[in-house]
Design a protein around this ligand. Structure first.
Ligand code: ADP
Ligand code: ZN
Ligand code: ZN
Length: 824
């Protein structure tokens, strides 16, 4: 190695701690730069794209460095804010930078061993190719997008990497990433009448199509949409919209094109479909909103984070919109976080009406190319085309912001902001507050039901608190009625799963032509099946959990690992054929409703009905337009959706939420019930909420009844302090997993013992969770509770050290050890 050699420290998408040093070959020295992606090989066969974090001249002493194979980017894709942010996430949440990289960068920009390689059509061989290079090219000429693994097999070579590298240098092949990053602007397909056709000829043509009814129909639909002959210049007709409007297939369209009646043309998509929609001015704030926004502005002078505690329908969103407008005028970026994709659907149209092209959306239902598009767009800072406002879920905190002025975190109490699996197990709200700090931006948290931690931060003056206690137009809070399940059951007055109160409520609402939302926190038909004679319950073969019965496909499904099986004809224990379903989920509610209210138009919104990308939009759109009478759903229906004609909300079983074995169960029940209740009665009418429960006197239910957040907060604070929980203590959960339960127990005991040497009574467990086996892995937890004032960094350092010590013991080598900081 000569003295001028350069080295790069890379972040590789691996769950391993630390950076990986590679040398930069002289021919790449002009290209490789901090923040760019480079391709390297790691291990024997795998290739990855790493991110360059540092460049230096220190040759590693203890191992032989490999060369960087190729540099993928013309410009860096990670900026300096992001690097600082990644470092913080990695450290705070105890996960490797590689895991952060995986979570942060859209899959389309990553390169792993599945990476696809293609032959370049424009390749001209100027130099001789080696025999093996030719073999590889032959494979690639036959099929596109071939992975390294496949190339290894198809070429009969052990390791094709050296050849792949040479071919890349010779410009004979390309890697998927190159294609995506130089990605083309999206083309939209439009339809128009053939130029030669005059308006007088149209009638004649329609006549000729008498025999081809469908073609005629499509042409009619076209004329209708384009307003041909009515409008001065016909309107643009989008091909997809045309086909949708008449419900005909492309083959019919093709027939008309073949007959030279219609023609297809393409135009580059404007980034947003709202670009030509009219931009409407901001709504004027009412006096309460005005007061609140003044207080928020004032609070930002001395505080970085402010909580807007505003009852449901108080017009928080309008306040956000005004604040966003101010940031846009300053040329700053705004990140607007929402807990749920379903919500982005409603808010995006409100934002686009005001900000048009400046708003972008980012969420997990987007495909790779779409995510890369948003990512790239934000990167081209401050052009007319770049988004200034990003509306997104959790993962959008990782976008390449360079100039944030404000982060809004709506429904800040929602636990969907916390990432459970895989690592990094970050909380998007807490991480966003740090992100704002990096940009010297402000954070506004908004909710009707603050998280206990957040409210406590306000009380301690860490965050500012702004209250909004009036609903918009002084609409009344909904009337809440409790329906006593115990009594109704005793008096035999239940109609299936409905108390008489709820049943009559639904009947009445439907008669009034108003809408109903019903909430149940379980999907599926029944949580489990049970043998009537011996009590046997079908369990998942991979997990220690009963299987949920789904009626629509007559299957039993595990909600933890996805395993499905046929419903057994008879009991596997005693052979009896008398299997009954126990409890109920959303599917059963829907079913019962159909039986009781055959005229009603009913739909269900849960994980099972919203798997496709547009499913949410469709459901919400239909419900908004009153094409549905009843919407049954899980948590999804509770989160800030805003409908105008819902006059009744029913909670089918409050007890199942209250009795969840978790220290946050009471807080969550309050939030959930208050939020679901908030869906009732918008704008013109007081709504009604009916809560079915066995325990009408339960303090949480009573607090919901009185709309009394503060009393819930105070009771919870007392309990949290007494039982050593947040916000008084910091929790770090250590999860150990292994297929062998005995070995796992030994490992957990060993780790707990060594941790007790430092942490003493702050260590709880090891304890098996309620569901102690998932996908054949047994699970056991050790919980660390540390005082708020002690250094979390030091505690984490010790945890890592002890975990590594444990893994150094040979028989515990394969035990998985995971950390969850601030578990939810
Ligand atoms: P929140 O976010 O607090 O639940 P929203 O901002 O969704 O409340 O407001 C509830 C409803 O009242 C929405 O339909 C919204 O359009 C309307 N609204 C709120 N503030 C105003 C305003 N200043 N002018 C007109 N309509 C408003
Ligand atoms: Zn049985
Ligand atoms: Zn399972």
């Amino acid at each position: 190695m000569n003295a001028g050699s350069l080295f790069a420290d890379l972040i590789l998408p691996l769950p391993l701690a630390g950076l990986f040093t590679y040398s930069i070959p002289w021919e790449l020295q002009d290209e490789v730069a901090i923040g760019k992606r480079v391709v390297v090989s790691f291990g024997s066969k795998k290739i990855y794209s790493g991110i360059v974090k540092n460049i230096h001249k220190n040759s590693p002493k203890d191992y032989e460095v490999k060369d960087i194979i190729v540099c993928l980017d013309e410009f860096p894709i990670i900026n300096s804010f992001q690097f600082l942010f990644w470092d913080w996430i990695s450290e705070y949440y105890q996960s490797s930078l590689g895991d952060v990289y995986k979570a942060a960068v859209p899959a389309g920009l990553k390169l792993e061993s599945q990476t696809k390689i293609s032959y370049r059509e424009d390749f001209v061989a100027s130099k001789q190719l080696s025999k093996t290079e030719e073999i590889i090219l032959d494979v690639l000429k036959k099929s596109k997008d071939v992975s390294i693994q496949t190339l290894n097999q198809a070429s009969g070579l052990k390791n094709v990497l050296p050849q792949v590298k040479k071919l890349l240098e010779k410009n004979a092949i390309e890697i998927e990433e190159r294609v995506i990053s130089s990605y083309k602007e999206k083309q939209i397909k439009y339809v128009r009448l053939q130029k030669s056709i005059t308006e007088d000829q149209i009638g004649e043509i329609l006549n000729k199509l008498k025999r081809a009814k469908k073609q005629q129909e499509l042409l009619f639909a076209y004329l209708n949409l384009s307003k041909q002959g009515i409008a001065e210049t016909p309107e643009k007709v989008n091909s997809a919209q045309l086909l949708l409007s008449c419900n005909l297939s492309t083959s019919i369209l093709k027939a008309l094109v073949d007959k030279n009646i219609l023609e297809i043309y393409y135009e580059t998509a404007d980034r947003l479909d709202f670009s030509d929609a009219e931009i409407t001015p901001l709504k004027e704030l009412n006096e309460h909103q005005d007061q609140a926004i003044k207080e928020i502005r004032e609070s930002f002078k001395s505080k970085n984070t402010t909580l807007l505690h505003g009852v449901t329908s108080s017009g928080k969103t309008e306040i956000y919109i005004h604040l966003i407008q101010e940031q846009i005028k300053l040329g700053k970026q705004v990140l607007y976080l929402l807990p749920e994709i379903a919500l982005t659907t409603q808010i995006i149209s409100r934002l686009k009406r005001v900000f048009g092209n400046k708003v972008g959306v980012y969420h997990s239902k987007f495909n790779n190319a779409e995510r890369v598009e948003v990512y790239n767009n934000i990167q081209q800072d401050n052009t007319d085309k770049s988004y200034q406002v990003i509306l997104g879920v959790r993962s959008s905190i990782f976008l390449p912001f360079s100039n944030l002025g404000l982060i809004i975190i709506d429904e800040e109490h929602e636990n969907t902001y916390k990432q459970f699996d895989p690592a990094p197990r970050y909380h998007a709200r807490d991480a966003a507050i740090f992100l704002a700090h990096l940009h010297q931006a402000k954070t506004l948290l908004g909710t009707a039901t603050p998280a206990i931690e957040t409210y406590a931060n306000c009380k301690q003056n860490k965050y500012a608190l702004v209250e909004l206690t009036h609903r918009f137009q002084d609409m009344k809070m909904p009337e809440i009625e409790l329906a006593n399940l115990k009594e109704a059951k005793r008096k035999k007055r239940m109609k299936s799963i409905f108390t008489p109160e709820l049943f009559d409520g639904i009947t009445q609402t439907l008669e009034n032509k108003e809408q109903v939302i019903l909430f149940q926190n379980r999907r599926g038909y029944a949580p489990f099946l049970e043998c009537k004679s011996c009590g046997w319950v079908p369990h998942c073969e991979n997990c220690s959990v009963s299987l949920t019965y789904h009626q629509y496909n007559n299957q039993l499904t595990c909600h933890y690992c996805g395993h499905s099986e046929q419903v057994p004809q008879s009991c596997k224990q005693c052979g009896s054929t008398d299997m009954v379903d126990k409890g109920f989920g959303t599917e059963k509610i829907e079913d019962e409703l159909r039986a009781f209210f055959p005229q009603a138009r009913i739909a269900r919104m849960d994980l099972d009905t919203t798997r496709s990308k547009t499913a949410y939009e469709k459901l919400i759109y239909k419900f908004e337009n009153q094409e549905l009478d009843i919407l049954v759903g899980t948590q999804m229906v509770s989160k800030g959706l805003d409908f105008d004609h819902v006059s009744l909300v029913g909670i089918l079983n409050a007890d199942s939420i209250l009795n969840f074995p978790d220290f946050r169960a009471h807080e969550r029940s309050y939030q959930l019930m208050a939020q679901v209740a908030g869906r009732a009665g918008r704008k013109n009418k007081q709504g009604k909420v009916i809560i079915q429960t066995h325990e009408p006197e339960h303090p949480i239910i009573q607090a919901v009844l009185r709309n009394d957040y503060l009393s819930m907060y105070q009771t919870q604070m007392t309990e949290r302090e007494e039982f050593i929980y947040p916000p008084f203590y910091r929790l770090i959960n250590i999860t150990l997993k292994h297929k062998n339960n005995g070995l796992l127990t030994q490992a957990a005991n060993t780790l707990a013992r060594s941790l007790r040497k430092t942490f003493g009574i702050r260590i709880f467990g090891p304890q098996a969770p309620v569901i102690n086996r998932i996908q054949n892995y047994f699970i056991v937890n050790i919980l660390l509770k540390i005082e708020k004032k002690s250094s979390p960094a030091r505690a984490k350092w010790i945890l890592n050290r002890e975990a590594n010590n444990l893994k150094a013991i040979d028989r515990f080598k394969m035990v998985l050890v995971q950390f969850d900081v601030d578990p939810m």
